[in-house]
Design a protein around this ligand. Structure first.
Ligand code: NIG
Ligand code: FE
Length: 402
């Protein structure tokens, strides 16, 4: 490995190791460091064994199989952790994208078009589309990803989306509060989201999320919904401050959300609140790219001490891309992040946003989820935008792409 990113050195979180090696055992990272130490680490595995297995190892020492893979002059980074996607849907809205490129503003109301298409699709159609998107994520180096519901907005429909999402990830988020569906009465719909719909999805999901924005849900409505989710045992996430300044960030911090996502329009008070909290600011630059809006100011957040994650927000309306390398390139080119910060935010940052410590890094004990780049350094992710640099992807030590 020409350059290894582990995210495992607390004193230097964005550091790299040159001429490195990684030892994987049972799907987990057993050791990572300078290649010169690899043989010692392999030999040391025996002494790390339990007395029983050490006895077994002593007998069959020569039979312990070590498979060595020489990655040549390639860089390795942790698998991307995409902590924000809306992958279960039908239809597309390419016409809206095209109109935006010539000046039509993004409107949350477009969500209802995807709702109509999704409601009309069969389980198998949705499953096939989801599988294709998951393959697309894997091919681009994403090894852990979150998926939200939110394109059905009925009790049975949201249950279906949550169930299908749970077939492909453990990180499923209930977003019944995406918009008020056509024909529904506000108060009655919020009641439903907090009650019958929540009960229906509960067994499939880990998180609850709300689109807290003008045109979607108010501060008070959002708080009610998030508290109902938390009472049902779900962790909290928030869509906030995407289209303008608003209550989303403060709401997220007040309720101890794991993450508040978008964070495009922030006041100094929002930044101060985030800096004093455990809530991650998840930036979604695919949205600004696809809606022709100014990018969020990651530099301002990082300099204030806020933990920043990068995610794709892959969805048919505001960001129909699953490419974490693109997010890194945008973050470096447009948002004031260093390459090291951007790679950290797309891996360890995403893991923080999902409150996971077993992914997003390559320290001992982590899942052996990693991306081999067809490049000598991670810098190439931003330096060579749009170029398919993902050479191989491993999850739990097994190759999942190509
Ligand atoms: O994260 N902001 C709300 N939801 C999505 C957009 C969904 C859509 O336009 O279909 C987002 O940007
Ligand atoms: Fe989103």
């Amino acid at each position: 490995i020409s350059e290894l990113t582990t995210n495992a050195d607390a004193a230097a979180p964005t550091a790299t190791i040159a001429d490195a090696a990684l030892l994987v055992d049972g799907g987990r990272v057993a050791w990572s460091g300078a290649a010169a130490g690899a043989e010692t680490a392999i030999a040391g595995r025996d002494s790390g064994l339990s007395p029983l297995s050490r006895a077994a190892a002593a007998v069959s020492r020569s039979e312990i199989e070590v498979t060595r893979v020489d990655l040549g002059g390639r860089a390795v980074i942790p698998g991307f952790v995409d902590s924000h996607t809306h992958l279960v849907f039908a239809g597309d809205r390419a016409d809206e994208f095209e109109a935006r490129m010539t000046g039509t503003p993004y409107a949350a109301g477009g969500i209802r078009r995807t709702v109509a298409a999704t409601r009309a699709a069969t389980d198998d159609e949705l499953r096939a589309r989801l599988a294709a998107l998951v393959a697309e994520l894997h091919a681009q180096g994403t090894t852990t990803f979150e998926v939200k519901t939110g394109y059905a907005l009925t009790v049975d429909g949201e249950e279906r989306l949550a169930r299908l999402a749970a077939e492909v990830t453990d990180e499923v988020t209930y977003l019944g509060a995406h918009v008020i569906p056509e024909g529904a009465e506000r108060e009655a719909y919020v009641d439903l989201v907090c009650d019958g719909m929540l009960a229906a999805v509960r067994s499939h999901v880990r998180w609850v999320d709300v689109f807290c924005e003008r045109g979607a849900f108010t501060d008070a409505e959002s708080e009610r919904i998030l508290r109902a989710g938390a009472e049902a045992g779900l962790g909290i996430r928030v869509h906030g401050n995407q289209l303008g300044e608003g209550p989303g960030v403060h709401l997220a911090v007040r309720l101890g959300a794991a993450s508040v996502d978008h964070c495009t329009h922030l006041t100094d008070a929002d930044i101060a609140a985030l800096a004093g909290s455990d809530t991650v600011a998840t930036l979604l630059p695919g949205v600004e790219f696809s809606t022709r809006q100014p990018y969020p100011d990651a530099r301002r957040l990082i300099d204030a001490g806020v933990t920043v994650a990068l995610a794709s927000d892959c969805n048919p309306g505001s960001s129909f891309t699953s490419s974490m390398p693109l997010m890194i390139a945008l973050a470096v080119r447009e948002m004031g992040m260093t390459v090291g910060e951007a790679v950290w935010a797309a891996t360890a940052g995403g893991a923080r946003a999902l409150r996971r410590d077993d992914v997003g890094h390559l320290g001992p004990g982590a899942h052996a989820d990693l991306v081999v780049l067809d490049a000598p350094s991670r810098r190439h992710l931003a330096y060579r935008p749009g170029v398919p640099l993902v050479h191989r992807v491993y999850r739990g030590g097994e190759e999942i792409s190509p």
